[in-house]
Ligand binder design. Sequence first.
Ligand code: HXC
Length: 274
Amino acid sequence: MAPKSVAMPIVDSTAVFKNDLFNGKVLFCTGGGSGICKGMTEAVMRHGANAVIVGRNLERLTRSAEELSKLTGNVCMPAQADVRHPNQLKDAVAKAVEKFGRIDFVICGAAGNFLAPISELSENGFRTVIEIDTLGTFNTIKATLPYIRASKGSYIHVSATLHHRGTPYQVHVSAAKAAVDAISAALAVEEGPHGVRSNILAPGAIAGTEGMDRLSAKTEGGENLWRKVCPAGRTGDIKDIANATVFLLSDAASYISGQIIIVDGGMEHLRVPS
Ligand code: HXC
């Protein structure tokens, strides 16, 4: 059979892992229509997997799915669902299984974020982010678990580092992501005996993402400040998260479960002398 015609990679993890690493595997990724989760999906697809990307905006999902299929030579299917609604997720999972017959990997990445001080954040604003990030993660796990058990597959939940300390204007996201970390740990220990793994990826400041744009807008010096203070001397790139994803989903990580993998260039351990 003639080799598939594939465009030049923009995620270069193929330089580290074998191209056929995930041949025959299927990824289900919430939030995969844009940003970090789209890059994670691309990397997994570049290693042979087909994918289903899930989000609220069908037009954007469809565009992204076409782009990902073209870039990787594998099949990406869009499935519209709001992770706050279990029935919509169940429908998306049913579509995935109808199309591909299985699900091996789940990335829980759908998230909501905005900056707001506690004094001005409404109860509904707080609840909305908890519902998208935390309840959305729970709903995604519930909808996919039978298939992940069947394939002895793996979950990655996209969390953050901001709740490891007190981050201003982020009380809602911090509370939501702390709960996501807890859900992943519980899932890892409960489902480990069924061959299921669950881990957290916690990105630091990743350039060119909505989260970074919003946080930088409130930080004096913006992205330049991150470059100056980060031990790695740079902001993160989506491909940094994508490469960690390929590793965590691969058999090279088969004994890693219930962990929080921080990808932040060393920022977590930086203490500014006072
Ligand atoms: C204060 C706000 C607000 C804002 C919304 N709300 N935006 N409050 N400041 N900027 C309040 C509303 O006033 C309302 O409360 C409640 O939140 C619900 O708002 P809706 O717009 O009705 O909700 P919805 O349409 O579901 O939108 C969800 C959203 C939205 C989260 C609010 O902003 C969104 O989906 N954003 C795009 C997703 C995104 O940001 N992705 C990047 C994630 S990055 P009231 O009381 O008025 O009814 C990430 C990483 C974090 O998570 C780490 C960063 C480094």
